[in-house]
Design a protein around this ligand. Structure first.
Ligand SMILES: Cc1ncc(COP(=O)(O)O)c(C=O)c1O
Length: 377
Protein backbone atom coordinates (compact mmCIF):
# COMPACT_ATOMS: atom_id res chain seq x y z
CA UNK A 1 0.00 0.00 0.00
CA UNK A 2 1.53 3.33 -1.09
CA UNK A 3 0.34 5.07 2.05
CA UNK A 4 2.75 2.97 4.13
CA UNK A 5 5.73 4.69 2.48
CA UNK A 6 4.59 7.93 4.14
CA UNK A 7 5.34 6.49 7.59
CA UNK A 8 9.02 5.56 8.10
CA UNK A 9 8.42 3.71 11.38
CA UNK A 10 6.47 1.03 9.50
CA UNK A 11 9.70 -0.13 7.86
CA UNK A 12 11.12 -1.17 11.21
CA UNK A 13 8.15 -1.75 13.52
CA UNK A 14 4.64 -3.14 13.72
CA UNK A 15 3.08 0.09 14.90
CA UNK A 16 -0.35 -0.45 16.48
CA UNK A 17 -0.49 2.51 18.82
CA UNK A 18 -2.66 5.18 17.17
CA UNK A 19 -4.73 5.50 20.37
CA UNK A 20 -1.61 6.98 22.01
CA UNK A 21 0.03 8.69 19.02
CA UNK A 22 -0.40 8.24 15.29
CA UNK A 23 2.73 7.34 13.31
CA UNK A 24 4.92 10.22 12.10
CA UNK A 25 4.64 10.84 8.35
CA UNK A 26 7.07 12.47 5.92
CA UNK A 27 4.37 15.06 5.30
CA UNK A 28 4.10 16.09 8.95
CA UNK A 29 7.88 16.25 9.28
CA UNK A 30 8.01 18.45 6.15
CA UNK A 31 5.33 20.71 7.64
CA UNK A 32 7.47 21.34 10.72
CA UNK A 33 10.42 22.07 8.45
CA UNK A 34 8.29 24.53 6.46
CA UNK A 35 7.39 26.33 9.69
CA UNK A 36 11.06 26.56 10.68
CA UNK A 37 12.10 27.73 7.20
CA UNK A 38 9.50 30.49 7.27
CA UNK A 39 10.69 31.61 10.69
CA UNK A 40 14.28 31.62 9.48
CA UNK A 41 13.56 33.56 6.32
CA UNK A 42 10.88 36.00 7.42
CA UNK A 43 10.86 36.15 11.22
CA UNK A 44 7.36 36.53 12.63
CA UNK A 45 4.97 35.59 9.83
CA UNK A 46 2.12 37.01 11.82
CA UNK A 47 -0.58 37.26 9.18
CA UNK A 48 0.38 33.89 7.75
CA UNK A 49 0.02 32.35 11.23
CA UNK A 50 -3.49 33.74 11.62
CA UNK A 51 -4.28 32.32 8.17
CA UNK A 52 -2.88 28.92 9.24
CA UNK A 53 -5.10 28.92 12.36
CA UNK A 54 -8.11 29.61 10.14
CA UNK A 55 -7.02 26.78 7.82
CA UNK A 56 -7.00 24.45 10.84
CA UNK A 57 -10.42 25.71 11.90
CA UNK A 58 -11.81 25.05 8.41
CA UNK A 59 -10.22 21.57 8.40
CA UNK A 60 -11.75 20.62 11.76
CA UNK A 61 -15.09 21.93 10.49
CA UNK A 62 -14.88 19.62 7.44
CA UNK A 63 -13.98 16.70 9.71
CA UNK A 64 -17.08 17.28 11.86
CA UNK A 65 -19.42 18.30 8.99
CA UNK A 66 -19.79 21.66 10.71
CA UNK A 67 -19.06 25.29 9.83
CA UNK A 68 -15.85 27.09 10.90
CA UNK A 69 -17.82 29.59 13.01
CA UNK A 70 -18.77 26.70 15.31
CA UNK A 71 -15.14 25.60 15.83
CA UNK A 72 -12.64 26.81 18.41
CA UNK A 73 -8.97 26.02 17.76
CA UNK A 74 -7.47 24.92 21.07
CA UNK A 75 -4.17 23.65 22.38
CA UNK A 76 -5.79 20.64 24.07
CA UNK A 77 -9.06 19.01 25.03
CA UNK A 78 -8.43 20.41 28.50
CA UNK A 79 -8.47 23.98 27.22
CA UNK A 80 -11.74 23.49 25.36
CA UNK A 81 -13.49 21.73 28.24
CA UNK A 82 -12.33 24.35 30.73
CA UNK A 83 -13.65 27.09 28.47
CA UNK A 84 -17.03 25.33 28.22
CA UNK A 85 -17.49 24.79 31.96
CA UNK A 86 -16.34 28.36 32.61
CA UNK A 87 -19.39 29.47 30.61
CA UNK A 88 -21.80 27.47 32.80
CA UNK A 89 -23.33 29.73 35.48
CA UNK A 90 -22.82 27.10 38.22
CA UNK A 91 -22.30 29.55 41.07
CA UNK A 92 -24.63 32.17 39.61
CA UNK A 93 -27.96 30.44 40.20
CA UNK A 94 -27.64 27.99 37.32
CA UNK A 95 -27.89 24.23 37.31
CA UNK A 96 -25.15 22.60 39.38
CA UNK A 97 -25.02 18.92 38.48
CA UNK A 98 -22.36 17.52 36.13
CA UNK A 99 -22.85 13.91 35.04
CA UNK A 100 -19.76 12.07 33.79
CA UNK A 101 -19.26 8.55 32.45
CA UNK A 102 -16.73 6.36 34.18
CA UNK A 103 -14.92 6.26 30.83
CA UNK A 104 -14.05 9.97 30.69
CA UNK A 105 -10.40 10.80 30.18
CA UNK A 106 -8.80 12.04 33.46
CA UNK A 107 -8.79 15.62 32.25
CA UNK A 108 -12.59 15.68 31.85
CA UNK A 109 -13.23 14.05 35.23
CA UNK A 110 -10.76 16.31 36.98
CA UNK A 111 -12.17 19.47 35.39
CA UNK A 112 -15.67 18.35 36.43
CA UNK A 113 -14.56 17.81 40.03
CA UNK A 114 -12.71 21.15 40.03
CA UNK A 115 -16.15 22.73 39.54
CA UNK A 116 -17.08 21.48 43.04
CA UNK A 117 -15.21 24.59 44.16
CA UNK A 118 -17.91 26.56 42.29
CA UNK A 119 -20.76 24.61 43.90
CA UNK A 120 -21.11 21.76 41.40
CA UNK A 121 -22.14 18.22 42.28
CA UNK A 122 -20.48 15.53 40.12
CA UNK A 123 -22.31 12.24 39.48
CA UNK A 124 -20.48 9.25 37.95
CA UNK A 125 -22.22 6.82 35.63
CA UNK A 126 -20.60 3.42 35.97
CA UNK A 127 -20.42 0.51 33.52
CA UNK A 128 -22.41 -2.72 33.68
CA UNK A 129 -20.69 -6.05 34.29
CA UNK A 130 -20.04 -6.41 30.53
CA UNK A 131 -18.26 -3.04 30.46
CA UNK A 132 -20.95 -1.16 28.53
CA UNK A 133 -22.76 1.93 29.83
CA UNK A 134 -26.30 1.89 28.41
CA UNK A 135 -28.32 5.06 27.89
CA UNK A 136 -30.59 4.12 30.82
CA UNK A 137 -27.71 4.46 33.29
CA UNK A 138 -27.18 8.03 32.10
CA UNK A 139 -30.91 8.74 32.11
CA UNK A 140 -31.10 7.73 35.80
CA UNK A 141 -28.44 10.31 36.69
CA UNK A 142 -29.84 13.22 34.64
CA UNK A 143 -32.51 15.52 36.07
CA UNK A 144 -33.57 19.19 36.12
CA UNK A 145 -30.45 20.05 38.15
CA UNK A 146 -28.12 18.76 35.44
CA UNK A 147 -26.06 21.36 33.60
CA UNK A 148 -23.75 19.09 31.63
CA UNK A 149 -23.43 15.42 30.70
CA UNK A 150 -19.98 14.21 29.64
CA UNK A 151 -20.08 11.03 27.55
CA UNK A 152 -16.87 10.33 25.70
CA UNK A 153 -17.62 8.95 22.24
CA UNK A 154 -15.12 6.07 22.57
CA UNK A 155 -13.68 4.82 25.86
CA UNK A 156 -9.89 5.20 25.85
CA UNK A 157 -9.81 2.42 28.47
CA UNK A 158 -11.90 -0.29 26.81
CA UNK A 159 -12.79 0.77 23.25
CA UNK A 160 -16.55 0.85 24.00
CA UNK A 161 -18.59 3.27 21.89
CA UNK A 162 -21.25 5.29 23.68
CA UNK A 163 -24.68 5.85 22.18
CA UNK A 164 -24.09 9.61 22.21
CA UNK A 165 -27.32 10.37 20.33
CA UNK A 166 -29.39 8.35 22.83
CA UNK A 167 -27.65 9.95 25.80
CA UNK A 168 -28.14 13.40 24.27
CA UNK A 169 -31.85 12.74 23.84
CA UNK A 170 -32.13 11.84 27.55
CA UNK A 171 -30.11 14.94 28.51
CA UNK A 172 -31.99 17.34 26.26
CA UNK A 173 -35.32 16.10 27.66
CA UNK A 174 -34.18 17.71 30.92
CA UNK A 175 -32.55 20.76 29.33
CA UNK A 176 -29.00 19.53 30.03
CA UNK A 177 -26.08 20.06 27.63
CA UNK A 178 -23.88 17.24 26.32
CA UNK A 179 -20.12 17.08 25.80
CA UNK A 180 -18.67 14.25 23.70
CA UNK A 181 -14.90 14.03 24.05
CA UNK A 182 -14.13 12.38 20.73
CA UNK A 183 -10.35 12.17 20.87
CA UNK A 184 -10.40 8.39 20.37
CA UNK A 185 -12.69 8.75 17.36
CA UNK A 186 -11.52 11.82 15.40
CA UNK A 187 -9.90 10.70 12.16
CA UNK A 188 -10.95 7.06 12.47
CA UNK A 189 -14.71 7.22 13.12
CA UNK A 190 -17.10 9.36 11.12
CA UNK A 191 -18.26 12.25 13.33
CA UNK A 192 -21.20 14.24 12.03
CA UNK A 193 -22.31 16.97 14.39
CA UNK A 194 -25.73 17.01 12.68
CA UNK A 195 -26.50 13.49 13.91
CA UNK A 196 -24.13 12.87 16.83
CA UNK A 197 -26.51 14.64 19.20
CA UNK A 198 -23.91 16.30 21.43
CA UNK A 199 -23.76 20.07 21.98
CA UNK A 200 -19.98 20.12 22.30
CA UNK A 201 -17.48 17.89 20.51
CA UNK A 202 -13.79 18.03 21.32
CA UNK A 203 -10.62 16.19 20.36
CA UNK A 204 -7.06 16.73 19.19
CA UNK A 205 -4.49 15.83 16.58
CA UNK A 206 -2.12 13.49 18.42
CA UNK A 207 -3.83 10.23 17.62
CA UNK A 208 -5.82 9.25 14.50
CA UNK A 209 -5.42 12.74 13.00
CA UNK A 210 -1.68 12.03 12.65
CA UNK A 211 -0.46 15.39 13.97
CA UNK A 212 1.50 16.19 17.09
CA UNK A 213 0.73 17.32 20.63
CA UNK A 214 -0.50 20.83 21.29
CA UNK A 215 -3.46 21.21 18.93
CA UNK A 216 -7.14 20.46 19.49
CA UNK A 217 -10.63 21.53 18.52
CA UNK A 218 -13.90 22.30 20.19
CA UNK A 219 -17.18 22.31 18.28
CA UNK A 220 -20.01 24.28 19.88
CA UNK A 221 -23.58 24.03 18.62
CA UNK A 222 -24.17 27.39 16.91
CA UNK A 223 -27.54 28.08 18.48
CA UNK A 224 -25.95 27.90 21.96
CA UNK A 225 -23.22 30.45 21.26
CA UNK A 226 -25.11 33.63 22.22
CA UNK A 227 -25.87 32.20 25.68
CA UNK A 228 -22.41 30.82 26.44
CA UNK A 229 -19.95 33.44 27.64
CA UNK A 230 -16.68 31.84 28.78
CA UNK A 231 -14.95 33.44 31.76
CA UNK A 232 -11.81 31.60 30.76
CA UNK A 233 -10.58 33.50 27.75
CA UNK A 234 -7.68 35.20 25.94
CA UNK A 235 -7.00 37.83 23.32
CA UNK A 236 -7.57 35.49 20.38
CA UNK A 237 -11.13 35.03 21.69
CA UNK A 238 -11.85 38.76 21.41
CA UNK A 239 -14.23 40.13 18.80
CA UNK A 240 -11.25 41.94 17.26
CA UNK A 241 -7.78 40.71 18.16
CA UNK A 242 -6.17 43.64 16.40
CA UNK A 243 -8.00 46.17 18.62
CA UNK A 244 -5.61 45.50 21.53
CA UNK A 245 -8.14 46.96 23.94
CA UNK A 246 -7.86 46.24 27.69
CA UNK A 247 -10.85 48.32 28.76
CA UNK A 248 -13.49 45.57 28.47
CA UNK A 249 -14.30 41.95 27.62
CA UNK A 250 -15.90 41.56 24.20
CA UNK A 251 -15.92 37.90 23.23
CA UNK A 252 -16.17 37.03 19.54
CA UNK A 253 -19.69 36.28 18.28
CA UNK A 254 -18.61 32.86 16.92
CA UNK A 255 -16.99 29.84 18.58
CA UNK A 256 -13.73 31.80 18.34
CA UNK A 257 -14.84 33.04 21.78
CA UNK A 258 -13.53 29.67 23.02
CA UNK A 259 -10.05 30.22 21.54
CA UNK A 260 -7.49 31.62 24.00
CA UNK A 261 -3.98 33.00 23.43
CA UNK A 262 -1.54 32.88 20.53
CA UNK A 263 -2.45 29.87 18.37
CA UNK A 264 -0.09 26.86 18.62
CA UNK A 265 1.44 27.69 15.24
CA UNK A 266 4.02 24.87 14.84
CA UNK A 267 1.43 22.28 15.86
CA UNK A 268 -1.03 23.77 13.40
CA UNK A 269 1.45 23.20 10.56
CA UNK A 270 1.70 19.55 11.66
CA UNK A 271 -2.01 19.18 12.33
CA UNK A 272 -3.05 20.53 8.93
CA UNK A 273 -0.60 18.13 7.25
CA UNK A 274 -1.84 15.13 9.28
CA UNK A 275 -5.45 15.99 8.57
CA UNK A 276 -4.72 16.19 4.84
CA UNK A 277 -3.51 12.57 4.90
CA UNK A 278 -6.70 11.50 6.66
CA UNK A 279 -8.87 13.43 4.23
CA UNK A 280 -7.19 11.95 1.15
CA UNK A 281 -8.36 8.50 2.20
CA UNK A 282 -11.52 9.76 3.88
CA UNK A 283 -12.80 8.96 7.35
CA UNK A 284 -15.60 6.59 6.24
CA UNK A 285 -13.08 4.45 4.30
CA UNK A 286 -10.65 4.51 7.25
CA UNK A 287 -13.44 3.51 9.64
CA UNK A 288 -14.46 0.55 7.51
CA UNK A 289 -10.87 -0.59 6.93
CA UNK A 290 -9.82 -0.32 10.60
CA UNK A 291 -13.02 -2.04 11.69
CA UNK A 292 -12.13 -4.97 9.41
CA UNK A 293 -8.62 -5.20 10.87
CA UNK A 294 -10.10 -5.17 14.36
CA UNK A 295 -12.64 -7.88 13.52
CA UNK A 296 -9.73 -10.02 12.32
CA UNK A 297 -7.88 -9.24 15.56
CA UNK A 298 -10.85 -9.99 17.82
CA UNK A 299 -11.49 -13.31 16.04
CA UNK A 300 -7.84 -14.26 16.42
CA UNK A 301 -7.87 -13.37 20.11
CA UNK A 302 -11.10 -15.30 20.67
CA UNK A 303 -9.51 -18.28 18.93
CA UNK A 304 -6.77 -18.39 21.56
CA UNK A 305 -9.30 -18.06 24.40
CA UNK A 306 -8.24 -14.53 25.39
CA UNK A 307 -10.59 -12.15 27.24
CA UNK A 308 -11.43 -9.36 24.78
CA UNK A 309 -12.76 -6.37 26.72
CA UNK A 310 -13.94 -4.46 23.62
CA UNK A 311 -17.32 -5.46 22.13
CA UNK A 312 -17.16 -7.75 19.09
CA UNK A 313 -20.03 -5.84 17.43
CA UNK A 314 -18.41 -3.16 15.20
CA UNK A 315 -21.28 -0.75 15.92
CA UNK A 316 -20.47 -0.83 19.62
CA UNK A 317 -16.71 -0.31 19.40
CA UNK A 318 -14.23 2.33 18.29
CA UNK A 319 -10.90 1.95 16.49
CA UNK A 320 -9.04 0.42 19.46
CA UNK A 321 -9.26 -3.09 20.86
CA UNK A 322 -8.45 -3.97 24.47
CA UNK A 323 -7.59 -7.45 25.70
CA UNK A 324 -7.16 -8.45 29.33
CA UNK A 325 -3.60 -9.22 30.44
CA UNK A 326 -2.18 -10.81 33.55
CA UNK A 327 0.63 -8.22 33.46
CA UNK A 328 -0.03 -5.52 30.86
CA UNK A 329 3.22 -3.61 31.49
CA UNK A 330 5.30 -6.76 31.01
CA UNK A 331 3.34 -7.63 27.87
CA UNK A 332 3.81 -4.20 26.28
CA UNK A 333 7.53 -4.29 27.11
CA UNK A 334 7.91 -7.81 25.77
CA UNK A 335 6.13 -6.98 22.50
CA UNK A 336 8.34 -3.90 22.15
CA UNK A 337 11.38 -6.21 22.17
CA UNK A 338 9.97 -7.63 18.92
CA UNK A 339 9.31 -4.07 17.68
CA UNK A 340 5.56 -4.47 18.08
CA UNK A 341 4.34 -1.17 19.53
CA UNK A 342 1.11 -1.20 21.57
CA UNK A 343 0.07 0.44 24.84
CA UNK A 344 -1.85 -0.36 28.00
CA UNK A 345 -4.58 1.00 30.25
CA UNK A 346 -5.68 -0.64 33.49
CA UNK A 347 -5.10 -4.40 33.10
CA UNK A 348 -5.58 -4.25 29.32
CA UNK A 349 -3.31 -4.35 26.32
CA UNK A 350 -4.52 -1.69 23.85
CA UNK A 351 -4.15 -2.30 20.13
CA UNK A 352 -4.95 0.59 17.82
CA UNK A 353 -4.43 0.09 14.08
CA UNK A 354 -4.84 2.85 11.51
CA UNK A 355 -5.21 2.94 7.73
CA UNK A 356 -1.46 2.38 7.37
CA UNK A 357 -1.65 -1.04 9.05
CA UNK A 358 -2.34 -4.33 7.26
CA UNK A 359 -3.82 -7.73 8.05
CA UNK A 360 -0.20 -8.95 8.17
CA UNK A 361 0.46 -6.52 11.05
CA UNK A 362 -2.46 -8.05 12.94
CA UNK A 363 -1.14 -11.57 12.20
CA UNK A 364 2.31 -10.53 13.42
CA UNK A 365 0.73 -9.37 16.69
CA UNK A 366 -1.44 -12.48 17.04
CA UNK A 367 1.60 -14.74 16.51
CA UNK A 368 3.53 -12.76 19.12
CA UNK A 369 0.62 -13.04 21.57
CA UNK A 370 0.36 -16.79 21.02
CA UNK A 371 4.01 -17.03 22.09
CA UNK A 372 3.15 -14.95 25.18
CA UNK A 373 -0.17 -16.62 25.96
CA UNK A 374 0.65 -16.68 29.69
CA UNK A 375 0.50 -12.86 29.72
CA UNK A 376 -3.13 -12.89 28.50
CA UNK A 377 -5.92 -13.48 31.01
C1 LIG B 1 -10.28 10.51 25.24
C2 LIG B 1 -9.15 11.49 25.45
N1 LIG B 1 -9.42 12.75 25.84
C3 LIG B 1 -8.45 13.64 26.03
C4 LIG B 1 -7.11 13.30 25.84
C5 LIG B 1 -6.04 14.32 26.05
O1 LIG B 1 -6.50 15.54 26.52
P1 LIG B 1 -5.60 16.85 26.36
O2 LIG B 1 -5.66 17.25 24.91
O3 LIG B 1 -6.18 17.85 27.27
O4 LIG B 1 -4.20 16.47 26.76
C6 LIG B 1 -6.79 11.99 25.43
C7 LIG B 1 -5.42 11.51 25.21
O5 LIG B 1 -4.41 12.01 25.43
C8 LIG B 1 -7.84 11.07 25.24
O6 LIG B 1 -7.59 9.81 24.87
Amino acid sequence: MAVRDEFPILATATYLNACSQGALSHRVRAAYEEYLAGWDENGAEWEHWVERAETARAGFARLLHAVPDEIAVTTSVSQGVNAIVSALPLERGGRTRIVISEYEFPTVGQIAHAQELRGAEVVHVRPEADGSIPVERFAEAIDERTALVCCTTISYRTGHRHDVAGIAEAAHAHGALVLADSYQAAGAIELDTATLGADFVTGGTVKYLLGSAGLGFLWVRGSLLPGLIPTQTGWFADEDIFRMDISDYSPHATARRFDAGTPPVPNIYAGVAGLSLVEETGVPAIEEYVSGLNTHLIEGLAGMGATVVTPADPARRGPLVCVRSTDAAALVASLAEDRIICSLRDANLRVAPHFYNTAEDIDTLLDALRRRRHLLA
